[in-house]
Design a protein around this ligand. Structure first.
Ligand SMILES: Nc1nc2c([nH]c(=O)n2[C@@H]2O[C@H](COP(=O)(O)OP(=O)(O)OP(=O)(O)O)[C@@H](O)[C@H]2O)c(=O)[nH]1
Length: 125
């Protein structure tokens, strides 16, 4: 199965993390996620991360640090999540694609349902 490379932004300001709800029709739909999306052919990770944050949230991350890479096999899809920590950005985030977003306190992240691949990310925060 072909692996999909995904840029994932953990946007963390003080003790709060920005999460978004995936639309029902999407892969792993209805679950909460960190903003991001597929890295295009020949695209650099940081560029993909900035592009996705602009497309989904209307912000431009300006402080980006690689956090980890997670390889996960779903029954129908294989993904490599290239996770970066964003500590600063320009703009005011909103769900540009109509998706609900929220700033969750890091201690309450366990109350939200995430895709299985995200459990490892949550353990790092
Ligand atoms: N953005 C994002 N994707 C995630 C997370 N965790 C996780 O398993 N994924 C998986 O990564 C894959 C790519 O994400 P995506 O669906 O947002 O990418 P996209 O918008 O470019 O593609 P699409 O057009 O297929 O929806 C999906 O299979 C999704 O289920 C996460 O926290 N954030």
């Amino acid at each position: 199965m072909k692996t999909v490379n995904v840029a994932v932004a953990v946007i963390k300001i003080a003790d709060r993390v920005l999460i978004a709800k995936r639309a029902n029709h999407q892969h792993q739909g209805g679950l909460w996620e960190f903003p991001g999306g597929k890295i295009e052919e020949g695209e650099e990770l940081l560029n993909a991360l900035q592009r996705e944050c602009h497309e989904e949230l209307d912000i431009l991350p300006i402080s980006i640090t690689p956090l980890t890479t997670i390889h996960h096999q779903y029954p129908d899809k294989s993904v490599s999540l290239h996770v970066c920590l964003v500590r600063d950005y320009l703009g005011v985030p909103f769900g540009k694609e109509g998706q609900p977003i929220t700033w969750a306190h890091q201690t309450e992240l366990n109350n939200f349902q995430f895709p299985a691949a995200n459990l490892e990310i949550l353990s790092l925060l």
